[in-house]
Design a protein around this ligand. Structure first.
Ligand SMILES: Cc1cc2nc3c(=O)[nH]c(=O)nc-3n(C[C@H](O)[C@H](O)[C@H](O)COP(=O)(O)O)c2cc1C
Length: 191
């Protein structure tokens, strides 16, 4: 898929087929994070890949899925992500811009994955202290995000914004994601 097609067809997915991500693709996903832009080229981001079943089971309760439609977004046991990537930032390396660098790394990973058919959910509503304890993450690291990955087992489509940004799931389990129109968010030459 070309870059634009990858970007516009990407949607958040929270239910996954139980098919592992090939190691080669996982490496490409991580490479795309490593080579992302970084303020001052300080490169404070590090990544914990969670592939092992026990670790995945320990992480799952620390995550919140689709807050606006809870609990309908929760994946059942046989549709949980096959791999997680926890994005952490060494605050000794970058005290101020780490969150921006982490966000760039996240989007790079999401798009690299999706260009090869692997869907994802960016998770920010996470129990950071629990995650710190489970994975022995030192105090000088900020735990920014968790990326949930896997081949999609549900569908999601964009809808025109009609006064409410709240997304919904229909009776078939498909997500509908309202997005504001270009005319409402783009200003040419003057506000
Ligand atoms: C910074 C950030 C944090 C997010 N945190 C969560 C989360 O904790 N749980 C969740 O289910 N989705 C989370 N999402 C996914 C959003 O709900 C999703 O991007 C939004 O509904 C728009 O859908 P789309 O990604 O398909 O365009 C997060 C997205 C971003 C960018």
């Amino acid at each position: 898929m070309d870059v634009y097609k990858t970007i516009i067809s990407r949607r958040t997915i929270r239910k996954f087929k139980q098919k592992p991500i090939p190691e080669k693709l996982l490496n490409r996903i991580l490479e795309s994070a490593r080579l992302g832009a970084s303020a001052g080229n300080l490169q404070p981001c590090e990544f914990i890949v969670v592939n092992e079943l026990k670790a995945k089971e320990a992480l799952f309760p620390a995550l919140k899925w689709a807050f606006s439609i809870a609990p309908r977004g929760n994946p059942e046991k046989d549709e949980r992500p096959v791999t997680y990537i926890i994005t952490i930032v060494n605050t000794k390396i970058s005290p101020s811009w780490g969150l921006v660098d982490a966000s760039i790394a996240m989007e790079n990973m999401i798009l690299t994955a999706w260009s090869e058919g692997v869907a994802s959910c960016w998770l920010g509503a996470i129990d950071k202290e629990n995650i710190r304890q489970i994975f022995h993450i030192p105090q000088n690291y900020n735990i920014e995000f968790v990326l949930a990955l896997g081949y999609p087992k549900e569908k999601s489509v964009v809808e025109d914004y009609k006064g409410d940004v709240k997304y919904w799931k229909d009776t078939k389990g498909k997500y509908h994601i309202p997005k504001r129109a270009l005319r409402d968010i783009v200003h040419f030459d003057i506000y």
